[in-house]
Write a protein that binds this ligand. Structure first.
Ligand code: PMT
Length: 404
């Protein structure tokens, strides 16, 4: 297997050398492309010595002029990895700008693309960057999400390059669709588990144009799916409508309504050893769905009659064939968070519940980070301070395993 590793200009560029070594240990051949700015942080000689191959920097510096270099280079590999990826390269990729070798390879590439962004928190949060990320995700590019922490500029927040082991694990998962390839130094502590999980919102239609839904983006659930996959689990993701690309190596079933989500969960429950309900499921749906668009009746009030939906996680917990299956839920609360979460834990028959305080702007719905308290049936609690959803996903999985 061959990977093209694009290195762009930021302080985390030196970590690309560790990524390269990790991939080589897993038997992957790596060819490095650097942007001019990247060479200000790390010399090409470092990557040449490690990879045993010349590093491509400029558009016109290759000696073999008998072939179209950027197209030939793109075709030689099975995956294009960019680590670290600056806000600048994301913008170029999103807009199809091809003014250096790496961005030109991106445009000529037809293989999977995996991007590990790294930048200052304000640059990450800027609407321009977020719009570019959205474009790239919608296009199917895959991401190793940045972590939260102290940054080179002294600020604290999202934007730190993911750890090299995490990037290597993600590469191997993409290269191996069943995600069962051996990975270097990484724990496979979920390899005997089948994790079934829900993510995103559900949508309840009123008529062909109107519906009831909520703000869930699916980011938390997709992060759990990827974390479980990387730890060796077989993963089945039942997802409400989101803008996220289906994670590689995860069986993903797309649904819309609560009833569809309920049926998909029940159809895949039999051999699931862990169930995680991270979806924000509609608690009510309209009693009647109009076949045609509902017309305005003058200025009269309009009343919609709602009925309760299926409680998916409560049904999973009450399954008579549950055996040793661990059932974990989420609770999104804006007040008396722990009291309400504890009530749900007990009333729904869960083993643990992850309570996120959605009154914070940096946690809960549709943000990259989350902070939560895990409540268990024995009354114990685990505090999870603000971190990326991917990091929090791993902490939730750690606590699930402790219940085994
Ligand atoms: O998707 P993101 O934008 O990343 O946001 C993540 C999140 C905030 C949606 C997620 O972290 C979260 O908190 N999900 C649960 C949302 C919620 O409010 O759940 P709830 O309190 O309504 O339900 C409690 C539990 O029962 C949840 O596990 C839920 O999936 C489950 N449930 C609820 C109702 C229902 N009819 N069936 C269910 O299975």
């Amino acid at each position: 297997m061959k990977v093209l590793l694009g290195v762009t200009g930021c302080i985390g560029a030196y970590k690309a050398a560790e990524v390269l070594r990790g991939l080589q240990k897993a038997g992957v051949q790596v060819r490095v492309i650097m942007t001019e700015h990247a060479t200000e942080f790390v010399r090409p000689a470092t990557f040449e010595a490690l990879s045993g191959q010349s590093v491509i920097v400029g558009m016109f510096t290759q000696s073999d002029h008998s072939r179209i270099e950027h197209i030939a280079t793109a075709r030689e590999a099975d995956l294009l990895l960019i680590a670290p990826a600056t806000a600048n390269i994301l913008a170029k990729f999103a807009h199809g700008i091809a003014d250096d070798f790496l961005s030109t390879v991106y445009l000529s590439n037809t293989n999977p693309v995996l991007i590990a962004p790294a930048m200052n928190v304000e640059m990450w949060n800027h609407l321009a960057t977020q719009a570019n990320l959205k474009t790239l995700r919608e296009r199917g590019d895959l991401f190793v999400e940045p972590g939260v922490g102290y940054q080179a500029c002294g600020e604290v927040g999202v934007g730190r390059l993911a750890e090299p082991e995490e990037i290597v694990t993600a590469v191997l998962a993409v290269l191996s669709p069943d995600s069962r390839l051996p990975t270097p130094d990484s724990s496979k502590d979920f390899q005997n588990e089948h994790v079934l999980l829900t993510a995103g919102p559900t949508v309840e239609d009123l008529d062909p144009v109107r519906f009831i839904t909520n703000r869930s983006s699916g980011k938390m659930g997709y992060a759990i799916a990827e974390a479980a996959r990387d730890r060796g689990a077989r993963v089945t993701l039942i997802s409400g409508p989101t803008k996220l690309a289906a994670p590689a190596g995860v069986e993903t079933i797309n649904v819309r309504s609560t009833r569809e989500m309920y049926e998909a969960v029940m159809n895949h429950l039999a051999d699931a050893t862990v169930f995680i309900g991270s979806a924000a499921v509609a608690d009510f749906r309209p009693v009647n769905r109009a076949e045609h668009k509902i017309k305005k009746q003058g200025k009269a009030n309009f009343t919609i009659e709602l009925e309760p939906t299926e409680d998916i996680i409560a049904s999973v917990a009450a399954d008579p064939n549950r055996n040793g299956r661990i059932v974990a839920g989420f609770a999104a609360e804006s007040q008396t968070v722990l009291t309400y979460a504890d009530k749900k834990l007990r009333e729904k028959g869960l083993d643990l519940i992850v309570a996120n305080d959605i009154s914070r702007t940096d946690a809960g719905f549709d943000v990259e980070t989350n902070a939560a308290t895990i409540l268990k049936r024995d009354g114990s609690r685990v505090e999870l301070p603000l971190q990326s959803k991917r990091e929090l996903a791993d902490r939730v999985l750690d606590e699930i395993l402790k219940l085994r």
